[in-house]
Design a protein around this ligand. Structure first.
Ligand SMILES: Cc1cc2nc3c(=O)[nH]c(=O)nc-3n(C[C@H](O)[C@H](O)[C@H](O)COP(=O)(O)OP(=O)(O)OC[C@H]3O[C@@H](n4cnc5c(N)ncnc54)[C@H](O)[C@@H]3O)c2cc1C
Length: 448
């Protein structure tokens, strides 16, 4: 029998592990582990946790509809696996590969536990369009790509040659086995999953986007007031939507190029997280002592007096959504104009973003703070007022999220309020000097 552990693959079809189990022609036991280290009480009540648990709830419903059972257990993953291996005749453990520092240490412990029981662990890559190791070999480079454009050229070549169409196996094709009630009781959730709404079917949003907005994506994506993007990142990051299913629907469509490029950015950040040993450690490479957290709270609570920043942070705090352009503008404002260290903003987004995912979030913060590879040059600092005038000319977005400014007329809507916490010009100049010094302090880390 195979033990299959769902993680960031919350779906029941077009799924590498389910296909693997079907090929093996064995019975399987399917579980999801609510890990206390990831689903802390705070996180469970913030948008990132709410969204994730809504997807778990939907997954459980999909199992029920297929006449199968998904067991949801709460506890340390290696302890749960140890208990299952001690009680059930498991011959193999299956899981999707995951690359964050926490995931790597968790999986190492899982492997040691499995080894003690003499059970092999098979982990399959199922998050990206490219197989990361295979792509690296295909590219034939000594050093991995650090810059997106050449990566993207090779990515397109690879995907054209090796794209694997969606699989046809569904969980209803498998013979699943249930855990006993006494066992389930030992690892019962300390909260009610029923309190979380069932996430919507993500395929509908994708189809609507392809029909209505794909052709205009390149022009429309930054017009954040008009919601011209797909808004499927949350479904992709939790694996509710398979990246293969998504890609198949847009492959070959000439006007889909700009959007496919964004899917490549997603792969690029995961690739970086695997091949750039500093990806999760850049803050240790610089002397950040010139930065502090004095103005962080005003930023987080939408009290900066810069209308577009406060509107964006309000949208984020209320809904867990934030368009890409405004992620860049708010991140750059925090790290440059307010001189706060990027890990503070990164941690805030980790809680607040409904589509939070470690690699693209860190990639976005490294880009905005100019501290990673292929990042925004430190002297090119977005001016939030200019960004607002350019991408939201009528100020409709600001009026929507800051109703207290709804009566401000014309271009004045974009301008800093009298109580603004920084002067944009002076803080920009100060930031250029400070970041020049920070970048000059760069050191190499020999071990992590
Ligand atoms: C500071 C900062 C933090 C970010 N944090 C996250 C995060 O936690 N989770 C997350 O999924 N994305 C993050 N992004 C990337 C991007 O903002 C979101 O992926 C995008 O806004 C999702 O909206 P969408 O699904 O409508 O994207 P679309 O514009 O429709 O793009 C389609 C898909 O391509 C991928 N994509 C698009 N833009 C990017 C990008 N810049 N980088 C990587 N992948 C991209 C996403 O998977 C997205 O769903 C962050 C960006 C910045 C600047």
């Amino acid at each position: 029998m195979i033990l299959f552990i769902h993680r960031k693959d919350l779906r029941t079809h077009d799924h590498a592990a389910l296909e693997h189990i079907a090929r093996r022609q064995q019975m399987s036991m399917h579980i999801f582990i609510a890990d206390p280290a990831l689903l802390t009480p705070v996180r469970r009540n913030e948008h990132s946790g709410l969204h994730f648990l809504s997807q778990v709830r939907r997954l459980q419903e999909l199992y029920t509809q297929a006449g199968r059972r998904l067991h949801i257990l709460y506890g340390e993953p290696e302890q749960i696996v140890d208990a299952i291996l001690g009680q059930y005749p498991i011959r193999e453990i299956m899981l999707g590969r995951d690359y964050t520092p926490y995931a790597l240490s968790r999986d190492h412990k899982l492997e040691l536990t499995a080894e003690r029981h003499g059970v092999p662990v098979t982990s399959l890559q199922d998050q990206t369009l490219i197989d990361l190791e295979d792509f690296h070999a295909f590219a034939g480079r000594k050093e991995p790509y650090k810059v997106f454009t050449p990566f993207y050229r090779k990515w397109k070549e690879y995907v054209e040659l090796f794209f694997r169409p969606p699989g046809s196996v569904s969980v209803s094709d498998l013979h699943t086995v249930d855990l006993e009630p006494e066992f389930l009781e030992r690892f019962r959730l300390p909260f009610h999953l029923e309190d979380y709404p069932i996430a919507e079917e993500p395929g509908i949003r994708l189809t609507d986007f392809i029909e209505d907005d794909l052709h205009n994506y390149e022009q429309g994506r930054d017009r954040y007031g008009q919601e011209g993007t797909s808004r499927i990142s949350g479904a992709l990051n939790t694996g509710a939507l398979s990246i293969r299913t998504v890609y198949q629907q847009v492959m070959g469509i000439p006007e889909g190029e700009a959007w496919r490029r964004q899917l490549a950015w997603r792969d690029f950040y995961l690739y970086q997280s695997v091949f750039d040993p500093d990806f999760y450690h850049y803050e240790q490479r610089y002397d950040l002592s010139l930065l502090d957290d004095k103005l962080f709270s005003a930023w987080a609570h939408a009290e900066t007096g810069i209308p577009v920043i406060d509107a964006a942070m309000t949208q984020l705090n209320v809904t867990g959504q934030l368009p890409n352009r405004l992620r860049m503008v708010t991140a750059m404002f925090l790290t440059k104009n307010l001189l706060c260290p990027f890990p503070l903003g990164e941690a805030y987004f980790r809680l607040k973003l409904a589509d939070y995912d470690n690699a693209p979030n860190r990639g976005g913060w490294l880009w905005s703070s100019s501290l990673g590879f292929d990042a925004a040059p430190y002297f090119r600092i977005m001016n939030p007022v200019n960004q607002s005038e350019k991408f939201d000319p009528t100020g409709g977005y600001i009026r929507r999220w800051r109703p207290q400014l709804a009566d401000v007329e014309g271009r004045e809507i974009h301008r800093p309020r009298p109580h603004a916490i920084v002067d944009l010009k002076a803080s920009r100049e100060r930031a250029i000097g400070v970041y020049k010094e920070i970048l000059g302090s760069r050191t190499t880390i020999s071990s992590h």
